[in-house]
Design a protein around this ligand. Sequence first.
Ligand code: HGY
Ligand code: MN
Ligand code: MN
Length: 419
Amino acid sequence: MNLHVSDPALAAALRVDAARLLASIATLATFGACADGGVNRPALSSTDLDARRHLIERALELGCTVHTDACANLFFRREGSKPLPPVLTGSHIDTQPSGGKLDGCYGVLAALECIAALEDAGICTHRPLEVVAWTNEEGTRFQPGAMGSSAFVDPSRMARYRDARDAAGVTLADALDTHAHAFPTLEMRPDGETAHAFVELHIEQGPLLEIASVPLGVVSGIQGVRWYTVRCAGTAAHAGTTPMHARRDAMTLAIDMRAQIEAFATTLGGEHTRVTFGRWSVEPNSINTIPACVTFTIDFRHPDAAVLDAFDRQLAECAARCGVAVETLFDHPPVHFPHTVVRHVANACAALGARSLTLNSGAFHDAMYLAKHCPTAMLFVPSRGGISHNPLEATNDEHLVLGTRALAHCLVHLCNETP
Ligand code: HGY
Ligand code: MN
Ligand code: MN
């Protein structure tokens, strides 16, 4: 690779230190580590606070200033030479209950590694560079997902978010208070500064890059997502005495609903359909009582907004017909990233002599909200076996390092864009 280190973008990419990056991934994974090799680090849990403390210390060591905001997003800022709007990069560090080491975390740690590389290379960019750890992207402890990034883009959302409760009845407001007490000296980020651009590096969480044997993904956009709960009512009764014909079994209704929903989802969505019924609760959940109430969730994804809207309509019709209650938890339309930033991602891959594949993201990310705030794009690295949201989530070391080098290259170009 014939690299001209006089180019600050390539110089920064070259100074990414593989061992330092990989060690930072292994260290962060210790916060909420599970015996099966995965990570369970719910948003704003004690393990998340410990992980945040570790990242704050790391950022301060790198010479960054650290700020937070009303949704406990963390901003690690490296100043530039000119008083211009910053370039933002980063992702999330909260995980699925049975998550991996890389989902979200890789994007935050790679961005911190880019700052370390800039420091090592003695490069000063025109614009400030801010690495962000967005709060509660996964949305498994508090719904909806991507709370931190969506509240950053539209702070009026916080009023509703603060009332969100986790399974133990703890509100987000309570969790934010705990966070504030844990970091009493953390200053609030000055409001209102619109970023110049946002770039998020993330694992693909699907199989496409691996199937294509390509090490980097230039992400063109993110498919749309809908989350719902469906509540099916029945009548609790004795399992031993109640004849089958005399039952109002909520589980029978729920299973029938699931089948109907999956059928019209796949008819509407075709090969791009992604419908998941991931969380179930049964009341009274007793082995010898006929279920009185069964609640399940729907996660429906599709790249076409018209299909998402049609699914909405058909679900409402089906619910009315079957006498069940549906509540929408989360709703985001498809997002398309602008060429003005996507080109920097593609150029970075090419500058490093790496093949890249342009693809749409099947997973949602904080970038879907940042795209409303400033010009935004994403960069992917392959997921081994396409596996994610699973302790087996993994990416080859050389891909993790290459993705970080490409991020560094892209960030320097964006940070040196001046009006
Ligand atoms: O669900 C998602 O797409 C993301 O990984 N939280
Ligand atoms: Mn993620
Ligand atoms: Mn995830």
